[in-house]
Design a protein. Structure first.
Length: 186
């Protein structure tokens, strides 16, 4: 003999079943959206203790650091210029530029960042490797100590083998007034 449920119990039972179905449908929809996301490839690099992820689409090239020609009367964060296949590219000390105190870079690698017709080289201590990630796999900057690094030039992060890699916003960096017009006062 089947037991009759009181109306409130019956409604609660139906609500629980509907919630379960809705949760399952939401999970399926999230997975479908993640499956449609186009993965983005990043190169993982290190400058001192700073870990960066740079979208490969934002790079002109990565390789050995050519001889840097030092120029007088420039800000301390501009290390000089290099000649790469008859193109002159400025090289900056990225850690000093963003005022990151623990980034002393003496590396012999160079990443040439590009956005539209602008290019800038940043000196690297190490190249860790490359990864492909979809946007839903990135981590918010709020999950790390925001006092360690000024996060203005970063969009999010990647957690790779217990290291947090800041995703560099190359278009923002290469259009930053401080970089474009470093002689400007004020």
């Amino acid at each position: 003999m089947s037991r009759m449920l009181a109306l409130p119990d019956l409604i609660a039972n139906i609500d629980a079943q509907l919630a379960e179905v809705t949760d399952r449908a939401d999970a399926i929809a999230r997975q479908a959206a993640a499956d449609r996301e186009e993965p983005r490839r990043y190169i993982l690099v290190g400058i001192g203790t700073l870990h960066l992820a740079i979208a490969i689409d934002d790079l002109s090239e990565v390789g050995p650091l050519p001889t840097v020609t030092v120029l007088p009367h420039l800000p301390g964060w501009i290390q000089g210029i290099v000649n790469i296949r008859s193109e002159i590219v400025s090289v900056i000390d990225f850690g000093t530029f963003i005022r990151y105190s623990d980034s002393g870079c003496a590396g012999r690698r160079l990443a040439v960042l590009r956005y539209k017709k602008r290019k800038i080289g940043i000196r690297l201590d190490r190249i860790v490797g490359t990864v492909s990630r979809v946007m839903s796999e990135t981590k918010p900057l709020a999950m790390i100590d925001r006092h360690a690094v000024d996060t203005t030039l970063f969009t999010a992060g990647l957690l790779i083998e217990e290291s947090f890699y800041y995703i560099l916003n190359v278009p923002m960096l290469l259009t930053l007034q401080r970089l474009v017009d470093y002689n400007r006062r004020g």
